[in-house]
Design a protein around this ligand. Structure first.
Ligand code: 5RP
Length: 223
């Protein structure tokens, strides 16, 4: 199977997985990326079952609306029963690196609000140790050079994602070549640098469910 077919299989499994949560008053959280795009297109077939969605990016907002799914401001929503999103890497504790698409901050905010985080991914995303995929850090633009110097002092190797402006008007530094033995510690350490908005480690709020598509079908993992 191709990676695209595996992403499609994970997305389809997520529709079945969250169906019991698609209730008339439910506003669900939707992440960003190519796997999630497949999920949104499938979700359109069930749009009559639930109220709408909160989106982690402008791109996702546009795709949801194009599929006839109403999009709400997070501030206007009382609870988010479930959040569905992809990952760039995910380990056996369901901790992730996210933000390859630059939407990490809004993704983290919705994940924090959500009662359940369902991660959908193809098998290539599963790793023993997080850090092979460059770890994104969203920074306030005027702090970019300062944050980069602080990262170097801490032993990181940051590279400016040139030309990228996030939906929040910020910039991204990607930290390459990591082997993260203690992702919870690293997540907090990076967030303590002044000028960092957030980083793409989802270790303190990992996924609750992983739907991982491989050659033998979709496996469901929980804690
Ligand atoms: C975007 C993300 C995505 O979830 C991550 O990049 C995975 O994307 P894809 O499903 O396209 O592989 O964190 O900011």
């Amino acid at each position: 199977m191709t990676q695209d077919e595996l992403k499609q299989a994970a997305a389809a499994a997520a529709i079945d997985d969250i169906k019991p949560l698609l209730l008339a008053d439910a506003v669900i959280g939707i992440g960003t990326g190519s796997t999630v795009n497949r999920f949104i297109d499938l979700l359109a077939g069930s749009r009559h079952l639930f109220r709408g969605a909160v989106a982690s990016s402008q791109a996702t907002t546009a795709r949801l609306k194009a599929n006839g799914i109403e999009v709400f401001e997070l501030n206007h929503v009382g609870s988010v029963p479930v959040y569905i999103d992809g990952a760039d890497e995910i380990n056996h504790h369901l901790q992730m690196i996210k933000g390859g698409g630059g939407a990490l901050t809004r993704e983290k905010i919705i994940a924090a609000c959500a009662e359940r985080f369902v991660c959908i991914a193809d098998a290539s995303k599963r790793v023993q140790l997080l850090g092979g995929f460059p770890l994104p850090i969203e920074v306030i633009p005027m702090a970019r050079s300062y944050v980069a110097r602080e990262l170097v002092k801490l032993g990181f190797n940051p590279i400016y994602r040139d030309g990228v402006v996030t939906d929040n008007g910020n910039q991204i530094l990607d930290c390459h070549g990591l082997m993260l033995e203690d992702p919870r510690h690293t997540e907090s350490e990076l967030n303590n640098i002044v000028g960092v908005v957030t980083n793409g480690l989802f270790a303190r709020r990992p996924a609750d469910v992983l739907l991982l598509a491989g050659e033998d079908g979709v496996s469901r993992f929980t804690h």
